[in-house]
Ligand binder design. Structure first.
Ligand SMILES: NC(=O)c1ccc[n+]([C@@H]2O[C@H](COP(=O)([O-])OP(=O)(O)OC[C@H]3O[C@@H](n4cnc5c(N)ncnc54)[C@H](O)[C@@H]3O)[C@@H](O)[C@H]2O)c1
Ligand SMILES: [Fe+2]
Length: 387
């Protein structure tokens, strides 16, 4: 039998440029992609912080027109994508540039596929349901979190069903990602914490995923090392570009890992929570992570021990049960240091919500790669532990 590590595997990633001021290359890369009129998808905080102005100046300097679209909320909604696609067509755009956290980036991915396929965004739910490629897409992430700029995922809220759907397709991998640590300096401490924990959960879930591979393992472990060491430093020193760069690098590596190894129960359950109660995605992940590890640990203790090692926890000569407690304790300490101390109950989730939350998490495609297969009642219990 062939060792599972030698099996043929395929990986997708966009072309990416990483470094200080990468955002200012938007015009040059849009020109390389043949753009003449860019649809610029972003959010109001990014306009206020001045990052959008930098991108517009860069487009102007190459003689590229733009139409601005910033009518987007966190946990982007289906109708926001549809409105954007309508405006894209009416304005006669031929490329998309997205600047923001995961929400504008995912919305931009959605706008692209709706515009090229003339379908409703919710029809693309699931794996490989995009037929016609989207127009050229350049992404500029402003959080060290979602890594939507390198992933083959887009997460959109189905407002009728109150769930977040996952669209997973090679056709929504951006063409270019311009990864710049500078925009991270306008993140509040709370956003730094939430988005950074999202990135850490990406790498942990990719590493224990049952679709992990030697390539994604290297990316995930280095990402865990970088984020656990530098996220607290960036949180306490928000203007330090060096620390911001390390968290951005950690987020990029996590993105490459999870885009190709997929995620797990934390994300399935966080999508369900975000759809029902519109809570910040990273915060949902942070509040569920320890309970999910408590559930998963027994099926892959070695993997979790390696994660603990990457977090600089000295596990040598400890038994499995002790290692589990040491890892959970270190994650709790990190979460508290980052000011994430509330519980799901404090955020308005009630016992009556648990059954619906568990039902919709059961249907999320991220659950398929969780190392331990949960039942509906397992998921309810995990939510309950975090309540
Ligand atoms: N596509 C994927 O692969 C993927 C992966 C993980 C999460 N997601 C999705 O991404 C979304 C979360 O994205 P996110 O956590 O990056 O945040 P976000 O885009 O939802 O933004 C959250 C808040 O941060 C603000 N913000 C973002 N960058 C800022 C900056 N540099 N300065 C000041 N304010 C800033 C935004 O204006 C917003 O108010 C969720 O919908 C989640 O489901 C997608
Ligand atoms: Fe995420």
């Amino acid at each position: 039998m062939v060792d599972v590590s030698f099996e043929l595997r395929k990986f997708v990633s966009p072309e990416f440029i990483i470094g200080v001021d990468a955002r200012k290359l938007a015009g040059r890369y849009a020109k390389n992609l043949g753009a003449s009129h860019v649809f610029l998808v972003t959010g109001n905080n990014l306009i206020r912080a001045g990052w959008v102005r930098d991108v517009i100046e860069s487009l102007d300097s190459e003689g590229i027109r733009h139409t601005l679209f910033a009518d987007i909320t966190p946990n982007p909604r289906d109708f926001e994508v549809m409105n954007g696609a309508k405006l894209y067509k009416e304005a006669g755009c031929d490329a998309v540039v997205a600047l923001g956290g995961g929400s504008p980036l995912d919305c931009a991915k959605g706008i692209g596929i709706v515009a090229s396929n003339d379908q409703h965004i919710l029809e693309f739910e699931g794996v490989d349901n995009v037929i016609i490629p989207a127009p050229p897409l350049i992404c500029i992430p402003t959080t060290a979190g979602s890594a939507a700029d390198v992933s083959q995922f887009a997460i959109i809220t189905d407002t009728a069903r109150k769930v977040k759907i996952a669209i997973i397709s090679k056709k929504i991998v951006p063409d270019i990602s311009l990864i710049d640590p500078v925009p991270l300096t306008s993140l509040t401490a709370e956003l730094t914490a939430h988005t950074g924990m999202d990135a850490l959960v990406h790498s942990i879930e990719a590493y224990v995923s049952n679709a992990s591979s030697p390539v994604t393992d290297i990316q995930a472990l280095e990402s865990i090392r970088l984020i656990s060491a530098y996220l607290p430093l960036a949180y306490h020193n928000p203007d330090n570009i060096g620390y911001r760069y390390k968290t951005m690098l950690g987020s990029l590596l996590a993105g490459l890992a999870f885009s190709n190894a997929s995620l797990g129960a934390v994300h399935a359950m966080a999508h369900s929570l975000g759809g029902l109660s519109d809570l910040p995605h990273g915060e949902c992940n942070a509040l569920l992570l320890e309970s999910v590890i408590d559930f998963n640990f027994e099926v892959c203790p070695q993997r979790y021990e390696t994660i603990a090692g990457a977090m600089n926890i000295d596990c040598q000569s400890h038994q499995e049960s002790q290692i589990k407690q040491m890892l959970l304790h270190a994650l709790q300490k990190l979460r508290v240091e980052l000011g994430i101390t509330e519980r799901l109950g404090d955020l308005g989730v009630t016992r009556e919500n648990l059954s619906d939350l568990a039902k919709s998490a059961m249907k999320d495609p991220c659950l398929a790669t969780n190392p331990r297969k949960p039942t509906l009642s397992d998921l309810e219990k995990i939510y309950e532990k975090a309540l």
